[in-house]
Design a protein around this ligand. Structure first.
Ligand code: FEO
Length: 401
């Protein structure tokens, strides 16, 4: 296990998790990495750790450079356990280590570990720590994406170690942004943002503005997951700003489920109408698609159509679950509508529209509903509904140009 140099005297000592496919309920088809960094200076500093099951891999990489016992400084950018899970093992080995975290980081660490005897110093934005030749500066980033979160800037190397921000669940052995297929990388950035950072768009804009105001020159961003941005760090910053500003493709995602195929048939009528209106569309059946994939595809496009049968006067459970996930992610700048079949009382489409409105999305009413099974007339109604919705999406999308 070798350490890999990313800047003079700064090494990646992390782990590649090729096999993880379920990251606390979020699917990770490309696996992930747990990036952490060893700074070799007069004082040796470790920035973040790795998920506990990979602690031995981390120690092996560190041993390529030094005895782990010689680490004197531990920087805790984030206390979620995929990064903080091995701190007790580090402290156990390093008698002289001082840990640095935000106040909320210290509090959280004390809940996760028995920290009796640990030397934990708290830091705030602008605080600096001289290691020898290199100077670390800390930048608190509360709620990006936990209250404890912070970033560490290595002044002399213009390196921003950004914890989860700007990361991607993308296992790869090459480490840098210019060595991977760009389309895969962009998809991984969107996936990560949509499923983790979507609620924090306003904070993200403010934090990027703050970084710019601090006048930090950044020529490398090293997140705690995925590739390190050495060639084009502006690319991910601009992607974040675009997403925080509500940028989306002009297009529609139809997210549906079905019991006896009626709502499914309705989705085809709606799709035909959308396509004849000249608009791009994708279709996702929820029972066949992981939730985080549905969320990512929702986030890519301006329009959302939710298809739900009525079951016991309410939405179909998978559709309710999708909307519940979405509600927690507080989406904005999207237009939505709903359709679905019902047997007798109805209620599913009505409820879906209510939930969409509660999210303060632009909602097109009424929905498109069919009793039991769509016949030819119902198909035509669905086709017209699709055309009408596509026109609304086009009009709404033009507000963002
Ligand atoms: Fe990758 Fe919030 O932990």
């Amino acid at each position: 296990m070798k350490a890999k140099q990313i800047k003079p005297g700064i090494y990646w000592v992390g782990a590649i998790d090729w096999n993880v496919r379920d990251f606390h309920g979020y699917v990770t088809p490309r696996g992930t990495t747990y990036n952490n960094f060893l700074i070799m200076d007069r004082k040796i500093a470790l920035v973040d750790t790795v998920k506990r099951e990979f602690a031995d891999v981390m120690f092996d990489r560190i041993r390529c450079l030094t005895e782990p016992e010689k680490i004197e400084v531990g920087i805790i950018n984030h206390i979620e356990l995929d990064h903080a899970g091995s701190w007790d093992l580090v402290v156990e080995r390093c008698e002289n280590i001082t840990l640095y975290a935000t106040e909320r980081g210290k509090q959280g660490l004390e809940r996760h570990f028995d920290t009796t005897g640990w030397d934990i110093q708290t830091v705030k934005t602008g605080d600096t720590l001289k290691l020898g030749e290199k100077t670390l500066m800390f930048i608190e980033t509360p709620m990006l994406h936990w209250p404890d979160s912070m970033m560490t800037y290595v002044k002399e190397d213009r390196l921003l170690i950004s914890q989860d921000a700007f990361g991607q669940h993308f296992a790869q052995a090459v480490l840098f942004d210019d060595l991977v297929p760009q389309e895969t990388l962009e998809d991984a950035v969107i996936d990560y943002y949509a499923n983790i950072l979507m609620p924090f768009g306003r904070l993200i804009k403010a934090k990027i503005a703050e970084l710019q105001k601090l006048g930090l020159e950044i020529d490398m961003i090293a997140p705690d997951h995925g590739v390190i941005w050495r060639k084009n760090p502006e690319k991910v910053i601009n992607m974040y700003l675009d997403m925080a500003n509500g940028k989306a493709e002009e297009g529609i995602v139809i997210v549906y489920d079905t019991m006896w195929h009626s709502t499914e048939k309705m989705s085809r009528a709606v799709l035909d109408g959308i396509l004849d209106e000249g608009m791009y569309a994708e279709v996702i059946k929820l029972r066949e698609t992981p939730m985080s994939v549905a969320i990512k595809q929702f986030w890519k496009y301006r329009g959302l159509l939710v298809g739900t049968p009525t079951l016991n006067n309410v939405m179909f459970p998978t559709v309710a679950e999708f909307l519940q996930h979405l509600r927690g992610l507080r989406p904005s700048n999207r237009i939505a509508g709903a359709f679905g079949s019902y047997g007798w009382g109805g209620g599913g489409v009505r409820e879906a529209l209510q939930v969409l409105k509660s999210m303060k999305l632009e909602v097109v009413e009424p929905g498109y509903e069919v009793n039991y099974r769509p016949d030819k007339k119902d198909y035509e109604q669905g086709y017209d509904f699709g055309r009408m919705f596509a026109q609304k999406v086009r009009e709404y999308h033009s507000r963002f140009k």
